[in-house]
Ligand binder design. Structure first.
Ligand code: PEP
Ligand code: MN
Length: 338
Protein backbone atom coordinates (compact mmCIF):
# COMPACT_ATOMS: atom_id res chain seq x y z
CA UNK A 1 0.00 0.00 0.00
CA UNK A 2 1.30 3.45 -0.89
CA UNK A 3 0.49 6.44 1.26
CA UNK A 4 1.11 9.71 -0.57
CA UNK A 5 1.49 12.52 1.93
CA UNK A 6 0.29 16.03 1.09
CA UNK A 7 2.89 18.54 -0.06
CA UNK A 8 4.28 20.10 3.10
CA UNK A 9 3.06 17.32 5.42
CA UNK A 10 4.77 17.72 8.80
CA UNK A 11 7.19 15.27 10.41
CA UNK A 12 4.50 14.51 13.03
CA UNK A 13 1.96 13.67 10.32
CA UNK A 14 4.44 11.35 8.59
CA UNK A 15 5.24 9.73 11.92
CA UNK A 16 1.51 9.28 12.54
CA UNK A 17 1.31 7.08 9.44
CA UNK A 18 4.44 5.17 10.43
CA UNK A 19 3.14 4.52 13.96
CA UNK A 20 -0.26 3.39 12.69
CA UNK A 21 1.46 0.89 10.37
CA UNK A 22 3.69 -0.35 13.18
CA UNK A 23 0.69 -0.80 15.47
CA UNK A 24 -0.74 -3.12 12.81
CA UNK A 25 2.61 -4.99 12.67
CA UNK A 26 3.25 -3.81 9.11
CA UNK A 27 6.60 -2.85 7.64
CA UNK A 28 7.31 0.71 6.53
CA UNK A 29 9.70 2.36 4.08
CA UNK A 30 9.86 6.09 3.62
CA UNK A 31 10.70 7.88 0.44
CA UNK A 32 11.37 11.45 1.46
CA UNK A 33 10.94 13.11 -1.94
CA UNK A 34 11.92 16.72 -2.55
CA UNK A 35 8.36 18.01 -2.48
CA UNK A 36 6.34 15.16 -1.02
CA UNK A 37 6.82 12.02 1.03
CA UNK A 38 5.62 8.58 0.02
CA UNK A 39 5.23 5.94 2.74
CA UNK A 40 5.27 2.35 1.51
CA UNK A 41 3.30 0.06 3.83
CA UNK A 42 4.55 -3.49 3.48
CA UNK A 43 3.58 -6.92 4.71
CA UNK A 44 1.76 -10.02 3.62
CA UNK A 45 -1.51 -8.96 5.29
CA UNK A 46 -1.82 -5.43 3.85
CA UNK A 47 -4.53 -6.91 1.61
CA UNK A 48 -6.77 -7.37 4.68
CA UNK A 49 -6.43 -3.76 5.77
CA UNK A 50 -8.66 -1.05 4.33
CA UNK A 51 -6.99 1.90 2.63
CA UNK A 52 -9.20 4.10 4.86
CA UNK A 53 -7.08 3.06 7.85
CA UNK A 54 -4.45 5.45 6.50
CA UNK A 55 -6.58 7.76 4.34
CA UNK A 56 -8.21 9.28 7.47
CA UNK A 57 -4.89 10.26 9.08
CA UNK A 58 -3.83 13.94 9.06
CA UNK A 59 -1.49 14.98 6.22
CA UNK A 60 -2.46 12.05 3.96
CA UNK A 61 -3.45 12.92 0.40
CA UNK A 62 -4.09 9.53 -1.17
CA UNK A 63 -3.72 5.84 -0.43
CA UNK A 64 -3.34 3.29 -3.22
CA UNK A 65 -2.62 -0.39 -3.39
CA UNK A 66 0.24 -1.67 -5.54
CA UNK A 67 -1.26 -4.58 -7.38
CA UNK A 68 2.08 -5.82 -8.75
CA UNK A 69 4.15 -8.46 -6.92
CA UNK A 70 7.06 -6.03 -6.53
CA UNK A 71 6.56 -3.02 -4.31
CA UNK A 72 9.75 -1.10 -3.45
CA UNK A 73 11.11 -1.34 -6.99
CA UNK A 74 7.84 0.09 -8.36
CA UNK A 75 7.59 3.61 -9.76
CA UNK A 76 4.51 4.20 -7.64
CA UNK A 77 6.71 4.21 -4.54
CA UNK A 78 9.28 6.53 -6.06
CA UNK A 79 8.23 8.49 -9.14
CA UNK A 80 11.67 10.05 -9.57
CA UNK A 81 14.53 8.02 -11.12
CA UNK A 82 17.02 6.48 -8.69
CA UNK A 83 20.58 7.60 -9.24
CA UNK A 84 23.21 5.29 -7.78
CA UNK A 85 26.43 7.04 -6.85
CA UNK A 86 29.56 4.90 -6.96
CA UNK A 87 32.38 7.05 -5.64
CA UNK A 88 31.25 9.99 -7.78
CA UNK A 89 30.18 7.89 -10.80
CA UNK A 90 26.43 8.34 -11.13
CA UNK A 91 24.38 5.58 -12.74
CA UNK A 92 20.88 6.64 -13.77
CA UNK A 93 21.64 10.28 -14.52
CA UNK A 94 22.51 12.01 -17.79
CA UNK A 95 25.79 10.19 -18.21
CA UNK A 96 25.84 6.77 -19.90
CA UNK A 97 28.21 4.81 -17.65
CA UNK A 98 30.50 2.17 -19.13
CA UNK A 99 31.78 -0.67 -16.92
CA UNK A 100 34.39 -2.65 -18.83
CA UNK A 101 37.09 -5.26 -18.34
CA UNK A 102 37.77 -8.95 -18.63
CA UNK A 103 35.28 -11.65 -17.71
CA UNK A 104 37.73 -13.01 -15.14
CA UNK A 105 40.82 -11.71 -13.39
CA UNK A 106 43.58 -13.97 -14.73
CA UNK A 107 46.77 -12.26 -13.51
CA UNK A 108 47.98 -8.88 -12.31
CA UNK A 109 49.49 -8.17 -15.74
CA UNK A 110 46.25 -9.01 -17.57
CA UNK A 111 44.03 -6.91 -15.28
CA UNK A 112 46.40 -3.93 -15.24
CA UNK A 113 46.63 -3.96 -19.01
CA UNK A 114 42.84 -4.14 -19.27
CA UNK A 115 42.43 -1.32 -16.73
CA UNK A 116 44.82 0.89 -18.65
CA UNK A 117 42.99 0.29 -21.93
CA UNK A 118 39.45 0.75 -20.65
CA UNK A 119 40.20 3.87 -18.59
CA UNK A 120 41.99 5.45 -21.53
CA UNK A 121 38.98 4.75 -23.77
CA UNK A 122 36.62 6.40 -21.25
CA UNK A 123 35.16 3.58 -19.12
CA UNK A 124 34.42 4.66 -15.56
CA UNK A 125 34.19 1.29 -13.77
CA UNK A 126 36.50 -1.74 -14.12
CA UNK A 127 34.92 -5.21 -14.24
CA UNK A 128 36.67 -8.48 -13.42
CA UNK A 129 35.42 -11.71 -11.86
CA UNK A 130 37.37 -13.37 -9.04
CA UNK A 131 34.67 -15.93 -8.19
CA UNK A 132 33.23 -17.28 -11.45
CA UNK A 133 29.92 -19.13 -11.86
CA UNK A 134 30.96 -21.76 -14.42
CA UNK A 135 28.58 -24.19 -16.06
CA UNK A 136 31.13 -27.00 -15.72
CA UNK A 137 33.06 -27.78 -12.53
CA UNK A 138 36.09 -28.55 -14.70
CA UNK A 139 36.28 -25.00 -16.12
CA UNK A 140 38.47 -22.27 -14.60
CA UNK A 141 36.66 -21.13 -11.44
CA UNK A 142 38.46 -17.81 -11.00
CA UNK A 143 41.43 -16.78 -8.86
CA UNK A 144 39.08 -16.26 -5.88
CA UNK A 145 40.81 -14.43 -2.98
CA UNK A 146 43.97 -13.85 -5.01
CA UNK A 147 41.78 -12.28 -7.71
CA UNK A 148 40.24 -9.90 -5.18
CA UNK A 149 43.74 -8.85 -4.13
CA UNK A 150 44.64 -8.01 -7.75
CA UNK A 151 41.39 -6.05 -8.12
CA UNK A 152 42.29 -4.04 -5.00
CA UNK A 153 45.70 -3.24 -6.46
CA UNK A 154 44.14 -2.16 -9.78
CA UNK A 155 41.72 0.08 -7.91
CA UNK A 156 44.60 1.81 -6.13
CA UNK A 157 46.79 2.07 -9.21
CA UNK A 158 44.12 3.36 -11.63
CA UNK A 159 41.77 5.11 -9.18
CA UNK A 160 38.73 3.46 -10.77
CA UNK A 161 35.80 1.76 -8.98
CA UNK A 162 35.57 -2.03 -9.26
CA UNK A 163 32.63 -4.31 -10.00
CA UNK A 164 33.02 -8.00 -9.20
CA UNK A 165 30.66 -10.91 -8.66
CA UNK A 166 29.60 -12.35 -5.33
CA UNK A 167 28.26 -15.90 -5.60
CA UNK A 168 27.80 -17.04 -2.03
CA UNK A 169 26.58 -15.63 1.28
CA UNK A 170 29.79 -16.84 2.97
CA UNK A 171 31.95 -14.75 0.65
CA UNK A 172 29.78 -11.64 0.66
CA UNK A 173 31.77 -9.69 3.27
CA UNK A 174 35.08 -10.77 1.76
CA UNK A 175 34.06 -9.60 -1.73
CA UNK A 176 32.61 -6.38 -0.29
CA UNK A 177 36.07 -5.66 1.14
CA UNK A 178 37.22 -5.01 -2.42
CA UNK A 179 34.17 -4.32 -4.58
CA UNK A 180 32.67 -0.87 -5.07
CA UNK A 181 29.76 -2.61 -6.80
CA UNK A 182 28.69 -6.15 -5.92
CA UNK A 183 27.51 -8.08 -8.96
CA UNK A 184 24.82 -10.72 -8.51
CA UNK A 185 24.93 -13.01 -11.52
CA UNK A 186 22.08 -14.27 -13.67
CA UNK A 187 22.23 -17.70 -12.04
CA UNK A 188 21.79 -16.17 -8.60
CA UNK A 189 19.04 -13.67 -9.35
CA UNK A 190 16.64 -15.64 -7.19
CA UNK A 191 19.14 -16.79 -4.57
CA UNK A 192 17.12 -15.16 -1.83
CA UNK A 193 19.62 -15.85 0.97
CA UNK A 194 22.31 -14.09 -1.09
CA UNK A 195 20.00 -11.18 -1.91
CA UNK A 196 19.22 -10.69 1.80
CA UNK A 197 22.89 -10.84 2.76
CA UNK A 198 23.98 -8.40 0.04
CA UNK A 199 21.04 -6.15 0.92
CA UNK A 200 22.42 -5.87 4.45
CA UNK A 201 25.91 -4.91 3.25
CA UNK A 202 24.61 -1.65 1.77
CA UNK A 203 27.04 -1.46 -1.12
CA UNK A 204 25.83 -0.61 -4.64
CA UNK A 205 24.63 -3.79 -6.36
CA UNK A 206 24.23 -4.80 -9.98
CA UNK A 207 21.44 -7.38 -10.16
CA UNK A 208 21.59 -9.31 -13.41
CA UNK A 209 18.44 -10.68 -14.95
CA UNK A 210 18.06 -14.44 -14.63
CA UNK A 211 18.06 -15.82 -18.16
CA UNK A 212 14.71 -17.53 -17.60
CA UNK A 213 13.14 -14.80 -15.51
CA UNK A 214 10.41 -12.36 -16.41
CA UNK A 215 10.83 -8.65 -15.76
CA UNK A 216 8.31 -8.99 -12.94
CA UNK A 217 10.37 -11.74 -11.26
CA UNK A 218 13.49 -9.62 -11.71
CA UNK A 219 11.94 -6.55 -10.08
CA UNK A 220 10.55 -8.70 -7.29
CA UNK A 221 14.06 -10.05 -6.68
CA UNK A 222 15.27 -6.43 -6.50
CA UNK A 223 12.72 -5.91 -3.71
CA UNK A 224 14.78 -8.32 -1.55
CA UNK A 225 17.75 -5.93 -1.72
CA UNK A 226 15.60 -2.82 -1.25
CA UNK A 227 13.71 -4.37 1.67
CA UNK A 228 17.00 -4.71 3.58
CA UNK A 229 17.46 -0.96 3.21
CA UNK A 230 19.95 -1.10 0.32
CA UNK A 231 18.67 1.58 -2.03
CA UNK A 232 21.60 1.40 -4.47
CA UNK A 233 20.32 -1.23 -6.87
CA UNK A 234 21.20 -1.24 -10.58
CA UNK A 235 19.50 -3.77 -12.87
CA UNK A 236 21.42 -5.43 -15.71
CA UNK A 237 19.78 -6.97 -18.78
CA UNK A 238 22.10 -9.68 -20.11
CA UNK A 239 19.88 -11.63 -22.47
CA UNK A 240 17.34 -14.37 -21.95
CA UNK A 241 16.98 -17.93 -23.18
CA UNK A 242 14.73 -18.32 -26.20
CA UNK A 243 14.49 -20.81 -29.08
CA UNK A 244 16.98 -18.68 -31.01
CA UNK A 245 20.44 -20.18 -31.00
CA UNK A 246 22.39 -17.92 -33.33
CA UNK A 247 23.32 -15.86 -30.28
CA UNK A 248 24.25 -17.18 -26.82
CA UNK A 249 21.14 -15.54 -25.33
CA UNK A 250 18.51 -13.24 -26.85
CA UNK A 251 19.00 -9.62 -25.89
CA UNK A 252 15.61 -8.43 -24.64
CA UNK A 253 16.03 -4.82 -25.68
CA UNK A 254 12.41 -4.10 -24.83
CA UNK A 255 13.06 -4.78 -21.14
CA UNK A 256 14.81 -1.39 -20.97
CA UNK A 257 11.75 0.76 -21.72
CA UNK A 258 9.63 -1.71 -19.72
CA UNK A 259 11.87 -1.22 -16.66
CA UNK A 260 11.84 2.55 -17.17
CA UNK A 261 8.05 2.48 -17.23
CA UNK A 262 7.47 0.30 -14.19
CA UNK A 263 10.48 0.99 -11.98
CA UNK A 264 12.61 3.87 -10.73
CA UNK A 265 15.78 1.74 -10.74
CA UNK A 266 18.57 2.31 -13.26
CA UNK A 267 19.14 -0.39 -15.87
CA UNK A 268 22.34 -1.23 -17.72
CA UNK A 269 23.00 -3.76 -20.49
CA UNK A 270 25.56 -6.55 -20.79
CA UNK A 271 25.89 -7.08 -24.55
CA UNK A 272 28.71 -9.64 -24.18
CA UNK A 273 26.84 -12.52 -22.55
CA UNK A 274 23.82 -11.97 -24.79
CA UNK A 275 25.89 -11.99 -27.98
CA UNK A 276 28.31 -14.79 -27.18
CA UNK A 277 30.45 -13.56 -30.09
CA UNK A 278 32.63 -10.47 -30.27
CA UNK A 279 31.40 -9.50 -33.75
CA UNK A 280 27.85 -8.95 -32.45
CA UNK A 281 28.72 -7.03 -29.29
CA UNK A 282 29.09 -3.46 -30.71
CA UNK A 283 25.66 -3.50 -32.41
CA UNK A 284 23.92 -4.69 -29.25
CA UNK A 285 25.80 -2.08 -27.20
CA UNK A 286 24.71 0.70 -29.54
CA UNK A 287 21.11 -0.54 -29.45
CA UNK A 288 21.27 -0.36 -25.64
CA UNK A 289 22.27 3.30 -25.74
CA UNK A 290 19.48 4.09 -28.19
CA UNK A 291 16.88 2.19 -26.13
CA UNK A 292 17.58 4.36 -23.08
CA UNK A 293 19.81 2.12 -20.96
CA UNK A 294 21.83 3.87 -18.25
CA UNK A 295 25.08 2.11 -19.02
CA UNK A 296 26.95 -0.98 -20.18
CA UNK A 297 28.72 -3.88 -18.52
CA UNK A 298 31.01 -5.15 -21.25
CA UNK A 299 33.80 -7.70 -21.58
CA UNK A 300 37.08 -6.35 -22.96
CA UNK A 301 40.26 -8.44 -22.92
CA UNK A 302 43.78 -7.27 -23.83
CA UNK A 303 44.17 -10.46 -25.85
CA UNK A 304 40.82 -12.29 -26.27
CA UNK A 305 42.43 -15.33 -27.94
CA UNK A 306 44.34 -16.02 -24.72
CA UNK A 307 41.36 -15.46 -22.38
CA UNK A 308 40.66 -18.20 -19.84
CA UNK A 309 36.93 -17.37 -19.84
CA UNK A 310 34.56 -15.93 -22.45
CA UNK A 311 37.28 -15.04 -24.97
CA UNK A 312 34.95 -15.44 -27.94
CA UNK A 313 32.61 -12.73 -26.70
CA UNK A 314 35.33 -10.39 -25.43
CA UNK A 315 36.18 -7.43 -27.63
CA UNK A 316 39.70 -6.23 -28.29
CA UNK A 317 41.06 -2.92 -26.99
CA UNK A 318 40.84 -1.33 -30.45
CA UNK A 319 37.24 -2.51 -30.98
CA UNK A 320 36.35 -1.12 -27.55
CA UNK A 321 37.90 2.26 -28.31
CA UNK A 322 36.02 2.40 -31.61
CA UNK A 323 32.76 1.42 -29.92
CA UNK A 324 33.15 4.14 -27.28
CA UNK A 325 33.44 6.71 -30.07
CA UNK A 326 30.53 5.26 -32.04
CA UNK A 327 28.23 5.36 -29.01
CA UNK A 328 28.78 9.08 -28.37
CA UNK A 329 26.49 10.49 -31.11
CA UNK A 330 23.81 7.93 -30.23
CA UNK A 331 23.95 9.00 -26.59
CA UNK A 332 23.66 12.62 -27.67
CA UNK A 333 20.61 11.84 -29.81
CA UNK A 334 18.79 10.45 -26.78
CA UNK A 335 19.78 13.28 -24.44
CA UNK A 336 22.72 11.56 -22.75
CA UNK A 337 26.49 11.78 -22.89
CA UNK A 338 29.36 9.33 -22.54
C1 PEP B 1 29.70 -12.38 -16.01
O1 PEP B 1 29.36 -11.19 -15.95
O2 PEP B 1 30.87 -12.74 -16.23
C2 PEP B 1 28.66 -13.43 -15.87
C3 PEP B 1 28.96 -14.65 -15.46
O3 PEP B 1 27.43 -13.01 -16.25
P1 PEP B 1 25.96 -13.70 -16.11
O4 PEP B 1 25.74 -13.86 -14.64
O5 PEP B 1 25.08 -12.68 -16.74
O6 PEP B 1 26.01 -14.99 -16.87
MN1 MN C 1 31.75 -13.66 -18.72
Amino acid sequence: MIVNMKTGATAEEIDGVVQRAKSLKLGVQLNLGTDRTVVAILGSNTGKISTDTFAVLPGVEQVTRIMKPYKLAAREVKPQDTIVNIKGVEVGGKRFVVMAGPCAVESKEQLFEAAQIVTKAGASVLRGGAFKPRTSPFSFQGLEEAGLEILKQAKERFGIPIITEVMDTHEAKLVAGCADILQIGARNMQNFALLKEVGKIKRPVVLKRGFSSTVTEWLTAADYLLAEGNADVILCERGIRTFEDSTRFSMDISSIPVIKKFSHLPVIVDPSHAAGHYSLVPSIAKAAVAAGADGLLIEVHPNPKEALVDGLQSITPSDFTRLMNEMKPIAKAVGRYI
